[in-house]
Structure formats: C-alpha cells, structure tokens
Write a protein that binds this ligand. Structure first.
Ligand code: G3P
Ligand code: MG
Length: 254
C-alpha cells in the first residue's frame, strides 16, 4: 500500500467553510470555522475564464453573488467587483470572491487543514484545473493538512501524475460508492473515499474501512439520523453546521 502522510483527520469538517453561519466558500466562512474551533474545512475550487483559480461552488454567479453569468466567461477583475456576502446576510456585505491564493494564505495563517474539491463546472478539462491547482496546493500546505478530492476522475488522475501519495492525499468523491470502488482507489493511490451519507450502507462502510481507507460523508446536518454512520465506522462528517454534532461525534481516532 502507498505511504500516506499521518493526517490527524478530525471527526467534523466545515463544509464550504462554516456555511450555515457565513457565506459559503469565502474567507469569512473559513475564519468562522476556525473561530468555532474546527481545524478543517471543505472548499470548492474552479477556474475563471482567464485561468485564475477561485473558491466557488456553482458554475454561475447567480446564487451566491449580486452578479450573474458563468464563471468560465469572466476574468478576475470582473468577479472582484461582485459582492459575494450580501446574499447571505447584511452583515456580510462587502465580501469579495476569494482566489485560491487568497484562501491558501488564510489557511496557512490559521494553521488549518483543507479538503479541496476540484469542481469541473464547464467544458474546460479537469486536467487543466488540476494542472493549475495542484502545484499551488503543494507549495502552500503540508500533506498532513490536505486532501484533494473530485467527482471528476480525469482531474484526480492528472493530480496523481503530478505528485505521489506521500505528498498529495487524494479522496475519491462519489455520490454513491461504485461497485468498483477498490480499483478506483488503487489506481489513484487514494487516501479516502468521500460520499453522500444518505446512500451509504453498513456493508460498504465495513469493506472500505477493512481495506484501510478513510471514509468521509457529506453533507449531514441531522445528527440523530447520522448517529448510525459513526457506529458503522465512518471517520468524518463534512457538515454545513458541525456544531450540531458536538457531543455526538465520537472522539477522533476511536
Ligand atoms: O466534497 C463534498 C461535497 O462538497 C460534494 O458536493 O456539491 O457540496 O460540492 P458539493
Ligand atoms: Mg464541495
């Protein structure tokens, strides 16, 4: 098996930053996660039309800004003019879209870990996204504080070609764990599998854990319903509101 870095993976990871309490995927949402005591966040990264990697989930601006249009058609100067906080609440007015560089600087300053998700939202290839993002991640973050994930297999394959498992932990992200999960993990020297908690079975959980992979679930916001997943052996919950799980999530590493 590949030698993975010794990641102190927390039970709770703040999804898109502390997205229940701050505008998702912003610097403020990451600071809020840190202030609330969370060491790790999950964030989405994609490319603008000019090739700048930015922290953003959707293909378009509509839901989370005061602008509209597709990210793939815009440049940095255009998106910097947008307000990406006011949609969430008046107190967040003035928030600007974060570039990957802005975000990495903050993560380093706060000594935080990140599950960075490569988001392929346009016809542009995931290979190009990985090509731009991976070297920047490797330059800023130690492997103990990084997991790179994606639904897009070519992105992850290209990422792996750029760095081996000891430098770049990779998480296979799936809506439901496929029959051939083991082959997919082996081909990527993966560290973890990340999946929708509602579609996971006890049997699959046991298989994945027995094979030595970490298992992370998105996006539970119902701690009572999720309790059984901890019992099955799930390692971490990636939640919009991780405080809901405090006192319920088992201690790390148990
Ligand atoms: O990385 C876990 C989760 O964020 C995947 O789905 O749509 O929230 O990015 P989405
Ligand atoms: Mg995501």
């Amino acid at each position: 098996p590949p030698s993975h870095p010794a990641i102190a993976l927390p039970r709770l990871i703040a999804h898109r930053g502390l997205s229940a309490h701050a505008p998702e995927n912003t610097l403020t949402a990451v600071k809020a996660a840190h202030d609330a005591g969370y060491q790790w966040v999950e964030l989405d990264v994609q490319l603008l039309g000019d090739g700048t990697p930015v922290i953003w989930h959707d293909a378009t601006l509509k839901r989370c800004s005061d602008g509209h249009g597709r990210l793939a058609t815009l440049d940095l100067a255009a998106v910097r003019k947008l307000d990406v906080g006011a949609w969430f609440g008046d107190g967040f007015r003035g928030e600007r879209m974060a570039t990957l560089s802005d975000m990495l600087e903050l993560l380093v300053e706060l000594d935080m870990g990140v599950n960075m998700e490569l988001k392929v939202t346009s016809k542009r290839s995931g290979t190009e996204l990985a090509e731009v993002v991976v070297p920047r991640l490797l330059k800023s973050l130690p492997p103990e504080r990084l997991i790179l994930s994606s639904f897009d297999q070519p992105s992850l394959q290209h990422a792996r070609s750029l760095a081996d498992a000891s430098l770049l932990p990779i998480g296979v992200l799936t809506e439901s764990v496929p029959e051939k999960w083991r082959a997919r993990c082996e081909a990527l020297d993966a560290y973890s599998i990340h999946t929708d908690w509602t579609r996971l079975s006890a049997r699959r959980t046991r298989e994945i854990k027995a094979a030595g992979y970490r298992l992370l679930c998105y996006t539970p916001n119902d701690p009572a319903a999720f309790a059984q997943r901890w019992e099955w052996g799930v390692d971490s919950a990636i939640s919009d509101d991780p405080a809901l799980f405090s006192g319920i999530a088992p201690p790390p590493g148990t």
